[in-house]
Write a protein that binds this ligand. Sequence first.
Ligand code: HEM
Length: 405
Amino acid sequence: MDQLSRRSLLRAGGTLGAAGALAVATQAVPWTWAPAWSRPGVGSGADPHFVYDPEGDDIVARLIDRGEVPRVNEILRGWTKNSQPIPEGLPGELRDFLQRAVQLPEWTDHRLLADAVRFNEKRGTYLGVLYGFASGMMSTVIPREARAVYFSKGGSDMKSRISKTAKLGYDVGSLNAYQPDGEMAVTAVKTRLSHAAVRHLLPQSPHWVHAADEVKPISQADIMVTWHSLPTTVMRNLRTWGVPLDPAESEGFLHSWQVTAYMLGVEDQYIPNSWETADLQAQQVLDPILAPTPEGIKLADMLLDLGYNIDLTLLTRPVLGALTRFILGDQVADWLHIPREPVWSPLLETAWGPFIAIREGLLTGGVPKETYWMIDELLRQFVLYYMAELKTPITIEIPMFNNPN
Ligand code: HEM
């Protein structure tokens, strides 16, 4: 399925035109979240739906227009470590930008980042499922993101995109992520360049379906919406499942994502200062905008084939569908045309809670041994999947064109 071209997807989509018209009615909700709840506690309060990345966007647009992207990508391929000098041979304005962009915010707290590592180590078993099938699947019902992804270069390979984003999630919490020998600062800055390219390219695509108030894709508000589909959604699920959480580690996990938002170019005034204010922001900007789009339905369909062609017997379409329904609820599953699975849906609904309680040492029994084993094996297969993905470094390149078909 990941080999499908966008053309065949469009054919499969059939009624994209009519349904697309319905979807573009989805406007952004007004941003009333106060800068007082942000990291610095103050800010201009400018509406982030119209804030992008002025400096990065202009530089990348010029690179694309001058045809310099292939050479720049080639040079940047060798730039991976946070402490590595910016490679020689880049256009001066890009080099100067990267020099500044790769610096961590002055409010970075390395003690909190160490707590984040412990969080990831302890909760890694759940993170594979959550980044993949809570965050990743949720991205298909975030209309602006689904459309931006679908009509951009990487849109025909959702599996690769989701595994890259899930891997980024793991990397954010890895031992040396933001240490000098780590790679996360560079990965985030390269992602920032990729987003800048999409802002320049997508508005030129005759195919791009977008809301009337969306002049360019990937505003800072959009980035925060997606941000909430990642750490906020992970945290919400862990809480719902009753996973005991160490306050310092939760705080550390938040901090690692605050730093990541900054590194992706988000202004401090939009970055929540606590889980409470993050949740308030998510209630305002994420929860009400979730909606199906023809593009998102196709992307979700590709994502269900995550396990296709690999030797992990539980990562099948029906099981992944049941997992989506269980984690994101009936409404989202129905939007995405994911049927209820007769065995796994009831199994997850009845056994997941007790399974977590037993696994966390809060209960000693209550789930048949075979059922416990099945769910445990499912989580293990997710971890195996991502361990395989983790072996290959994320290579992020500046795209030069939209999906051409
Ligand atoms: C590219 C992560 C927000 C749309 C990427 C890549 C990563 C990433 C890792 C590189 C993937 C690759 O090279 O294949 C993130 C994170 C976000 C975020 C962590 C927020 C916390 C958004 C938002 C949108 C978006 C809000 C759209 C509204 C895209 C698109 C690409 C991209 C279209 C280019 C894919 C291509 O090559 O065609 N992002 N992203 N991203 N992102 Fe994001």
